[in-house]
Each structure stands twice: as C-alpha cells, then as structure tokens.
Write a new protein. Structure first.
Length: 128
C-alpha cells in the first residue's frame, strides 16, 4: 500500500464526510473506555483514568480538527492490522476504509495522544 499524498491528506482533513466518519470511529473507542470496568485496583491506573476522561469529552463534543490532523499524521498504510483490509484508501471517493478509522494503530495512538497518555501511565496507580 502506498502512503497518502499531501493532497489526499489535505483533502481528508477538509472533508466533512471524513470528519463525521472519524467522529463516529472515535465515539466507538470512547464508548469502549466509558464502559471499561475497573473492577480491580490494577485495572484503574493513570492511563485508564485519562482515557475515561477524554472519552467523555469525545462523546459530548466530538473530535477536533487537531484530532483529525494527528490521526492523518499517524496513519501508516503498512500497519500490520490493515494487511487484510484490502484497499485502505479509496481514491475515487477520497476516503479511508472503516477498519482504518477504528482498528488501526493510528486510531489507538491518536486517542491516547489526545487523552494525554504518556509512557508509564499504565503502571501508575491513581491517587485518590
């Protein structure tokens, strides 16, 4: 798979359709984190806390232009998760496949970045 050109990235960044699709994909991830049960102390760490806080923000306000930009910067067509997607980018309609928006490393990395998760947060206990 070839990487997106600058024109394709710019087209996606300015596309209302892409914005709406990425908004729904982020909401799907947000719902997962809102519903994520922290039934043990080990499961409730700083990373989970940040993701839950950001998830509520996504549900209330949707994604920002910065979120979309970060997603497009992180998008990598060589992502192993996307190997079975087939054509990840459809140039005719200037859109990425649904699986790219929901299951790719770019999706997870962007959510974590925008939530403020940093290395080591998953091993830090939440101070109550």
């Amino acid at each position: 798979m070839a990487t997106l050109t600058l024109n394709e990235r710019a087209g996606l960044l300015n596309s209302i359709r892409f914005h709406n699709r990425l908004n729904f994909a982020a909401a799907k991830t947000a719902k997962y984190w809102i519903d994520y049960t922290t039934d043990t102390v080990a499961k409730y760490n700083v990373a989970v806390q940040k993701k839950k806080i950001f998830a509520r923000q996504i549900i209330k306000q949707g994604v920002t232009q910065e979120y979309i930009k970060q997603f497009l910067l992180k998008y990598n067509p060589a992502d192993p998760v996307l190997e079975n997607v087939g054509q990840a980018f459809d140039a005719e309609i200037n859109q990425l496949a649904d699986s790219v928006l929901t299951e790719s490393a770019a999706s997870a990395e962007t959510f974590d970045l925008m939530a403020g998760v940093v290395a080591g947060d998953d091993s830090k206990a939440v101070v109550l």
